[in-house]
Design a protein around this ligand. Sequence first.
Ligand SMILES: [Zn+2]
Length: 532
Amino acid sequence: MTKTLFIGLDGATFTVLDELTSDLPGVGVTMPFLKKFMEKGARAKLRSTPNPLTPPAWVSIMTGRSPGHHGIFDFIRAEENRGKIYFTLYDSRDIKTETIWSIASRQNQSAVALNFPITAPPRSINGSLVPGFVPWKHLRRNMVPPELYDRLKTLDDFNPKELAWDFDREKQALEDLGEEGTESWVAYHLPREGQWYRIAEFLLNEDNPDLMAVMFDGVDKIQHQAWAFLDPALLKKEPSAYEQRMRELCLKYFRELDTYIEGLVTQAGPDVQVFMASDHGFTSTTEVLRINTFLHQKGYLHWNETDDSEYSKRREDSNFANVDWDKTLAYCRTPSSNGITIRVAQEPGDPGIPPAEYESFRDGLIKDLESLVDEETGERIITDILKREDYFPGDYMDHAADLTLVLRDHGFVSIRNLEPVVMPRDVPAGTHHPDGVFLAGGKGIAEGVEIDRLDIIDVAPTLLYSMGLAVPEDFEGSVPTSFFSPEHLRFKPVKIKGQTLSVTDGDAEIEEISEDEKDKIMEQLKMLGYME
Ligand SMILES: [Zn+2]
């Protein structure tokens, strides 16, 4: 029998879930199952990775390790070589630590993992894996075991195009979709979640894995595009017809999600322990910070002089084409990183600062970043400036930006060469908040408790403990024992023993994603605001 059911909800946040689980006038309870589940179970806020971003945060959930150890920092890795920026998509080969499904598998436990990011190309596990965020053409080759695709094909309404990121349908999608575009884009996530649900249900019933883990990412996607219709603080008293339709569509999504959660929890049986977690929360961003413009004004980043010729205009389409790489000392590569890279010269004569000046240069840069304030209130725009050795210690610390910025509205920076440096948004947009959710319910779970905020690296040890496995000594988090009943803990004390294993390359036949498909993924990331 399945011991542990884990439901991932990308971007789920208590500000929205608490509203959707309460009885609203004229609406009722949108998520009645979740309401009961939350009342009977345990809950805590869950602090995300220092940059609360989907890939590093989910990988921390999957591995019990922080980004400096597991090696994933972003959707894309941006590298600079001789003044050119190269973007590559992170994939599972970049994860340098063991996943919980691997840890469970080598202890003869079975696992199913569905729709988690950065799981392609897959490593073999004792069970089944379908990667998330993969173009549909690549799904067959990236499933574990290889024959899984043919098993899933026997499902009546199995549709790989609906399951994956369906890029064809989103070709028209750019940052501003317009009303119609936004509406159809939100609607498109409803059948997609249905596909993941049916696969989860099928494998749960047929295979009874010890650990059943499935992630629903529509929560995040919808909140990105339709935040104004979900944040209780932004709902209008007298919405337009379009606004009303959008609100209804969002509620429909969450109503269906509630039935999927109910279906999985019910079918997993009365003895299962259920956990739900999000990789980060959500909140409103109200302004745009053009970080590279600021760095230019402070003399860290230099642009080449341009004229009006066609050539210069073309170059201006790229955020980096006009950077003067001989003079630039610090700049930001991607909005999603919220990070500043300091250029350190490798050889005398190279552009960048001499290694010996790194600390003093960085201290000066931090002072400048702190000096950026709201002219009216005097409040700092950048509220936290994280040094990588403090927040990303580990073998892969060097892959992190030198400084990671936390903005006062939790927004992602813009890297465009535009003025002014700080610009208010016309309407608030959805962005990631560092506090996600962690919920538990079922046999042996403490009833009706809310505990202090937990950390994202606490999820993996919790899931292993729930399966009856020891927590590896090199895990950085711990089991939140107050999630469990005293009786459960008495009979099943937490064991901390052994180490995770070093990882080897995946054994699936690796099918590199084509340039064309890579471009489509980049386009999708642009639409969500992670790329510009
Ligand atoms: Zn996310």
